[in-house]
Design a protein. Structure first.
Length: 346
């Protein structure tokens, strides 16, 4: 029976820890080991962690005397502690879906070239919101690492939340730990590194994890969130290509990623005109981001669309909704992409 080492970093999430650990221990057909790392929490994490470790020999508990931060905590578990065949990094506020580990293990046991398996993650805020799962398992989709990498660069965004991922430990050790210089987008960069050295599989049908969304921690506006997220994703792609210059004809892949990010920034600016929210949307910063990220930004259709909106002004754009059809087409495209991700993961 394959052993899976699950690392659960916890900082002030003691109230979620029992359900998180229970979701791991209840996994069938796999042998699991858990390491709960309390990163010097101020709540009751230490008490709960010690109680859990005392009740089940599969659980280890470690408490930091001082806060080391999430990246150092991740690497401590994944690189320093793990000895199993597979690894999972699971935040204390998230949970695994029933049967997720056995599904991932069956896929990787059958194909040594697959270094990472992920699936659908259901977002939730409170446990009462978790749905009853009626979806049937529908096998998996296998991607050559190079193809998965190209898809991510062409899209420019991450398709993985994090708790739904199982990684082959040998691959994790090959690519190394999370980079401390990427505290907000290190997961995207990690998936890119794994795809550069191994193939990827996506579990279809049944969800693999439940990802908790904390509304209180969100930024004040969608535009602030979007601009910061763009910068963070840009940093992740830049770091990857800095260390992997020769992967899959790196220059075209890098150009694809930069073009995708620039297009998204310009479209966010266009939406601000359509909603008459220019003053809060950081238009200048979004436009500058697009120009500095992609050298040919002025040639993009989104740049021309923004130019037309600037001529008319935000009030006219909002009142007349002249560009309603274009916006509707983009929404339909996003809907199609979301449905496609649910089916094939990419």
């Amino acid at each position: 029976m394959s052993t899976i080492d699950v690392v659960i970093p916890c900082y002030n999430y003691g109230r979620y820890l029992r359900n998180c650990v229970s979701s791991v221990l209840s996994q069938a057909e796999v042998a699991v080991r858990l390491l709960v790392i309390d990163d010097a929490s101020c709540d009751d994490t230490a008490q709960i962690g010690e109680e859990l470790a005392a009740t089940d020999r599969r659980i280890e508990f470690l408490r930091h005397k001082t806060n080391k931060g999430h990246i150092a905590t991740y690497n401590e578990g994944l690189i320093g502690w793990s000895t199993g065949k597979y690894t999972v990094l699971l935040s204390a506020d998230d949970m695994l879906a029933p049967g997720s580990l056995s599904r991932a293990v069956r896929i990787m046991d059958s194909d040594e070239k697959i270094g990472m398996v992920y699936g659908r993650a259901i977002h939730f805020e409170q446990e009462a919101e978790l749905p009853t799962i009626f979806t049937a398992e529908r096998g998996h989709v296998r991607f050559a690492g190079a193809d998965w990498l190209k898809a991510r660069c062409k899209a420019g965004y991450n398709v993985i939340s994090s708790p739904e991922v199982v990684v082959r430990r040998s691959v994790q050790h090959t690519v190394g730990g999370y980079r401390p210089e990427l505290p907000h987008a290190g997961d995207l960069e990690m998936w890119l590194r794994i795809a550069a050295v191994s193939d990827i599989a996506y579990v279809r049908g049944l969800p693999q994890a439940f990802y908790r969304v904390h509304r209180a921690s969100m930024f004040r506006t969608q535009y602030q969130t979007g601009l910061l997220d763009l910068h963070q994703r840009k940093a992740a792609f830049d770091s990857f290509f800095l260390h992997h210059r020769n992967v899959g004809a790196g220059k075209p892949l890098c150009d694809w990623a930069n073009r995708a990010l620039a297009r998204e920034a310009l479209w966010d600016a266009c939406r601000a005109y359509d909603h008459n929210r220019v003053n809060e949307a950081h238009i200048l910063e979004l436009t500058e981001f697009a120009r500095t990220t992609y050298a040919n930004a002025v040639s993009l259709s989104e740049y021309a669309a923004l130019r037309r909106r600037r001529i008319l002004g935000p009030v006219v754009c909002n009142r007349t909704q002249l560009f309603l059809a274009t916006a509707a087409a983009r929404r339909l495209q996003r809907w199609y992409r979301r449905r496609r991700r649910e089916r094939v993961g990419i």
